[in-house]
Design a binder for this molecule. Structure first.
Ligand SMILES: [Zn+2]
Length: 298
């Protein structure tokens, strides 16, 4: 970047129609990043909006790097999170609502002449829905369109360099399935990101405080909550079997204690460069009239 750009300048909703019109007409603005996430429980210490906050943050950082080529379109803060509904505060869209919302935003961007749109996902539960729809929409809109979950550019080796939990997993130090599967959601990884990007949304708590709360997501679930969870039930749960989320919930809280802002900064550096590079490749393909995704090398 040759000069300072105020972060608001890359947020579509904070621009005027005049600014967007002129940027599109001059050819300076070509693409949109579309963040999606969720409003869902992130254990005891992180705000509910982690996933949309981080997806938006990654998009904004990428757009600043690519300025003036890309803007960040506003999106629905809520995603697809029915399996988190036992924890208070979680909101979820139905699959069809989620897909219809995204479709309409992409259609709007296409109408205004954006050449490329990259949906940047911050919530694992959204990923499958996008994968189903994107190829269909790409055909229909006849544009360079793709999606990426922002954390997927990083290899396990690279994660191990930054995150203690992943090193412990590799070294066989995590003794239970709950601990082994508690390494991203609301844990060291996401907490570190939030400490670096949005520390006002982190409320550190001790394991003593966690245990004192006596949390139980295995029993006495209301019929309405069960309706949300039933499609994801494994081995009889939540009808009667053991709820795997109770020990995993505690595992996440434990793993989160390892987070630092420095680790978050290292993760952000990597992820934003990854998202920006993908957006740039898509812009280049659109400008050259090349197909996207590029044909598989034979
Ligand atoms: Zn999350």
């Amino acid at each position: 970047m040759a000069h300072y750009v105020h972060p608001d300048r890359v947020m579509l909703g904070k621009c005027t129609r005049r600014e967007i019109r002129q940027a599109l007409a001059s050819g300076a603005l070509k693409a949109a990043l579309l963040p999606i996430g969720s409003i869902e429980q992130h254990n005891e210490h992180l705000s509910l909006d982690v996933d949309i906050v981080m997806a938006t943050f990654m998009c904004q950082q990428a757009a600043l790097e690519l300025y003036p080529q890309a803007t960040v379109a506003p999106s629905s803060p809520v995603g697809y999170s029915p399996y988190h509904m036992a924890r208070k505060g979680t909101l979820t869209l139905r699959k069809e609502t989620f897909k219809a919302f995204l479709y309409d935003i992409i259609a709007s961007l296409k109408t205004h002449g954006f050449l490329a749109v990259l949906v940047v996902n911050g919530h694992g539960g959204n990923h499958g829905l996008l994968k189903e729809e994107l190829p269909v929409w790409r055909q229909e809109f006849d544009m360079v369109l793709d999606e990426v979950s922002y954390w997927t550019g990083m290899s396990d080796d690279q994660r191990c360099e930054i995150l203690q939990g992943y090193r412990d997993l590799r070294a066989g130090k995590l003794d239970t399935v709950a601990r082994q599967t508690a390494l991203n959601h609301a844990s060291e990884e996401e907490t570190a990101l939030m400490l670096a990007a949005a520390p006002d949304r982190v409320r550190p708590i001790s394991m003593e405080e966690y245990d004192r709360a006596g949390l139980d997501y295995a029993h006495d679930l209301s019929p309405r909550v069960r309706e949300y969870l039933e499609p994801f039930a494994k081995e009889g749960w939540p009808a009667g079997g053991a709820n795997p989320e109770n020990p995993r919930d505690r595992g996440r809280q434990e793993n989160a204690q390892l987070a630092t802002a420095e680790k978050g900064q290292a993760l952000i550096d990597f992820h934003t460069r990854y998202v920006a590079a993908m957006m740039q490749d898509m812009i280049d393909a659109a400008m050259a009239g090349n197909p996207w995704p590029a044909a598989e090398a034979s």
